[in-house]
Design a protein around this ligand. Structure first.
Ligand SMILES: Cc1cc2nc3c(=O)[nH]c(=O)nc-3n(C[C@H](O)[C@H](O)[C@H](O)COP(=O)(O)OP(=O)(O)OC[C@H]3O[C@@H](n4cnc5c(N)ncnc54)[C@H](O)[C@@H]3O)c2cc1C
Length: 379
């Protein structure tokens, strides 16, 4: 790294900020990251750690796979936990099974690597699926599980050592523009280009741009079990029939309307809190469970009712050896209802990047890579 290289300043050390730091460094920029807390504490450490290409519409699937490639590169280089275990959608209703059939039929056109399974095949591959309940399942090979807490702790060291990226922790950025970045510590740093990757903080920088953007905060509640006994393994990460309502990859399936209508009629409480259920396994053997979605104005306090509803739905389909809940938390992300990311350039040389919704772990590496791959060094 030399001082003659153009300098990119990044605000925020969540996955979006670090993905931009990595892509900028690979593209030949000198990079500095400013993070107001002592380590990543936002959405990027509060998620399932699911790199989930199967949830992306076909046009974004290749970008999700590019992200996955970069996750493999990073986890191989650092020894961070990564389980290329794939995913299983487990369904218990005929309308959900019809969606899976429709999806699998069209899947080769989109590049998806999926197979439709019978109940017996699902039960054989997934020890955590309740016996006798599944109507069918869909296994996808492309999903990978990382441990977000570990990954977000390892990434800064990887970027510093391999790419010379510099970090200013405990440093809130108060103003960015005209080639100068101001911090709450009273420092001023020069930059050639700046990237504001501030997650769901819409107030600190460029509040008027965020107010006019299509972004809304979205709050999710999550749970984690104690480590499962005897080294018990989940197998593929698990998703439910309810999940078909959540990811845009299934939007083209004609039977989805029936699923949505049935859930809305029979279980309106699930729609009220945006509940569908999924499970991944952390590196200590605990099962990470979720999730719910409350948009816009929400309570800061977590609702016991939401946790109970998620557990009710999880227990209908899954049977883990130990359901003892060790942790409960919530996370908030910036939801973009119309796209896979949000970008704006409020003033020349300053880019806002974010709005990765529920797919930041899946898409950020690929999105940042695409952004820098398209351009020449700016200076
Ligand atoms: C519960 C939950 C489960 C999820 N599960 C998954 C999943 O399994 N797979 C998946 O692909 N996606 C998942 N997501 C989505 C994913 O986690 C988000 O899309 C992603 O983490 C957003 O990253 P970010 O960098 O924008 O935000 P954050 O991680 O919130 O980072 C923003 C950072 O900016 C810093 N910052 C803000 N303002 C300033 C300032 N002025 N100065 C300095 N620093 C500042 C903040 O302190 C923060 O560290 C989940 C999200 C949640 C909440």
């Amino acid at each position: 790294m030399t001082s003659s290289q153009p300098h990119v300043a990044i605000v925020g050390a969540g996955i979006v900020g670090l993905a931009h730091a990595w892509a900028a460094a690979r593209a030949g920029y000198r990079v500095t990251v400013f993070e107001r807390t002592d380590k990543a504490r936002g959405a990027s450490v509060r998620n399932f750690g699911m790199c989930w290409p199967i949830g992306q519409p076909a046009e974004h699937f290749p970008l999700a796979m590019r992200s996955r490639e970069l996750w493999v590169e990073f986890t191989k280089a650092t020894g961070a936990y990564a389980r290329p275990c794939g995913s299983m959608h487990v369904v218990a209703h005929d309308d959900e099974a019809a969606v899976l059939e429709e999806f699998v039929r069209a899947a080769p056109d989109g590049g998806f690597q999926v197979e439709l399974l019978t109940r017996a095949q699902v039960e054989e591959r997934c020890p955590g699926v309740k016996r006798g309940v599944a109507k069918a399942g869909m296994f996808s090979t492309t999903e990978m599980n990382v441990d977000p807490r570990e990954a977000m702790a390892f990434l800064p060291g990887f970027l510093a050592e391999k790419h010379g990226v510099r970090f200013h922790w405990n440093t809130a950025v108060t103003q960015v523009g005209d080639g100068k970045l101001h911090t709450a510590r009273g420092e001023v740093h020069a930059y050639d280009e700046a990237f504001v990757c501030s997650g769901h903080d819409f107030e600190s920088l460029f509040p008027e741009i965020f107010a006019a953007s299509p972004l809304k905060p979205c709050k999710l509640q999550m749970l984690r079990t104690v480590p499962q006994p005897g080294g018990w393994q989940l197998g593929p990460m698990l998703a439910s029939g309810l999940t078909l309502r959540q990811y845009s990859s299934f939007l083209g399936c004609p039977s989805l309307a029936e699923v949505k209508a049935r859930v809305a009629w029979d279980m309106p409480e699930l729609d009220r809190y945006g509940i569908h259920v999924m499970a991944s396994q952390d590196r200590f053997g605990g099962i990470v469970l979720g999730d719910s979605h409350e948009y816009g104005e929400f309570e800061i306090f977590d609702k016991a009712e939401v946790d109970e509803l998620m557990l009710r739905e999880l227990r209908k389909l899954f049977d883990f050896p130990d359901w003892t809940i060790a942790e409960r938390w919530h996370g908030i992300y910036a939801k973009h209802f119309g796209d896979v990311e949000y970008r704006a350039e409020p003033t020349p040389g300053v880019h806002i990047a974010g709005g990765t919704s529920g797919s930041g772990m899946t898409m950020s590496f690929g999105l940042a890579d695409r952004f820098f791959a398209k351009r020449e060094l700016a200076v």
